[in-house]
Design a protein around this ligand. Structure first.
Ligand code: F6P
Length: 364
């Protein structure tokens, strides 16, 4: 007879996203209520596994966290057991801490490790899985750029926040006859810009997948002005870049496996538009506001579906897999597939066509 599920551990990795706590709650409640499992929470993502920092999570610990932003477990987007940053005096070194990590996992005596995260976290989960760790993944990222799933939790909340930002900036754009630029997150994928741009009625939407021509962007602004629409809203993804140019890098986080932090394209573009059109142009960077606060009802529901399904996958020993969304269904996706790299917006995506159909300019 198959051994019953007794003990599992859970960690949240990468950037925080609205819905992380809702997933933790779903996993822990179902694991305890349905299977009587003991759950250990790993602190600060993989950092806790490297350093052996974890704590028992009881049912009461997850009561009342459904609507709470962030993660009660803490997270890290720099702690990679296979390339662990160690700062000594002025020197930063990277060490392979995977043996220590595997020993710590062994000490936990768990039937499964549930990893909640984006491509970085789930890429590491895939490597651990290949080393024999029973792992189940849950897709998280505001960027929505994960392979194997139509949607990740956190994305809807980020789109709602970005859309609210665009809605509010319309007021100043209209009243002062300005161009207002809203820079949104998303790394090298344009999902947040595309969705919030459509939802907020952006006149110009610039995404990494479609390199733009600033002349075409300026023409669109001037054309609107001639028609009496004396303002324009530009939604630009942080990873957008001009046809012959580069992305704008905000900072390099040396400790990170993925060290480039994008940001600032809005200001660069704003200066260019103002110079060409002589229309006052201002830029606002939505930044981490998009990751903060309470998840939307959609994300709470999604987080609950994903979390509870993940527990069933643990029970069925469907290790080495992530729970993904395909249409209305939840599916099992090999972590190997998820680890292949980010999922960007396909150029023939119906939303690009829909946006173009209502006159949105993509700068191409
Ligand atoms: O992946 C989520 C995300 O918010 C990206 O959209 C953004 O580029 C990055 O993380 C920012 O990371 P950090 O919080 O380290 O600045």
């Amino acid at each position: 007879m198959a051994r019953k599920l007794r003990r599992m551990a859970i960690l949240t990795g990468g950037g925080d996203a609205p819905g992380m706590n809702a997933v933790i709650r779903a996993v822990v409640k179902k694991a305890i209520l349905e299977y009587g499992v003991t759950v250990t929470g790993i602190e600060d993502g993989y950092d806790g596994l490297v350093k052996g920092r974890y704590r028992r999570i009881a049912y009461d610990d997850v009561s009342g966290i459904l609507t709470l932003g962030g993660t009660i477990l803490g997270t890290s987007n720099t702690a990679n057991p296979y390339r662990y940053p160690v700062q000594s005096r002025s020197k930063l070194e990277f060490k392979d801490m995977s043996r220590v990590t595997l020993r710590n996992i062994e000490k936990l005596d768990i039937d499964c490790l549930v990893c909640i995260g984006g491509d970085g976290t789930l890429g590491i989960a895939n490597r651990l899985s290949k080393e024999g760790v029973p792992v189940v993944g849950i897709p998280k990222t505001i960027d929505n750029d994960l392979r194997g799933t139509d949607i990740t939790f956190g994305f809807d909340s980020a789109v709602c926040i970005a859309t609210e930002g665009i809605d509010r900036l319309h007021t100043t754009a209209q009243s002062h006859h300005r161009v207002m630029i809203v820079e949104v997150m998303g790394r090298n994928a344009g999902w947040i810009a595309l969705h919030s741009g459509i939802a907020g009625g952006g006149d110009i939407v610039l995404i990494p997948e479609i390199p733009y021509d600033v002349g075409i962007v300026a023409d669109k602004v001037q054309e609107r002005n001639k028609k009496g629409r004396r303002f324009s809203i530009v939604v630009v993804a942080e990873g957008a870049r001009p046809r012959d140019g580069k992305v704008v890098i905000q900072r390099i986080v040396k400790k990170s496996t993925d060290p480039i932090r994008l940001g600032g394209i809005g200001f660069v573009l704003g200066a260019q538009i103002e110079k060409i059109t002589s229309i006052e142009t201002r830029a606002v960077v939505m930044g981490h506001l998009q990751r903060g606060g309470s998840p939307t009802p959609f994300d709470r529901v999604l987080a609950t579906r994903l979390g509870t399904q993940a527990v069933d996958m643990v029970q069925n020993k469907e290790f080495g897999h992530m729970v993904g969304v395909k249409g209305d269904s939840l599916v099992r996706v090999p972590l190997e597939e998820v680890a292949k790299g980010p999922r960007t917006v396909p150029l023939n995506h119906p939303l690009i066509q829909a946006a173009r159909a209502v006159g949105t300019c993509f700068g191409d």
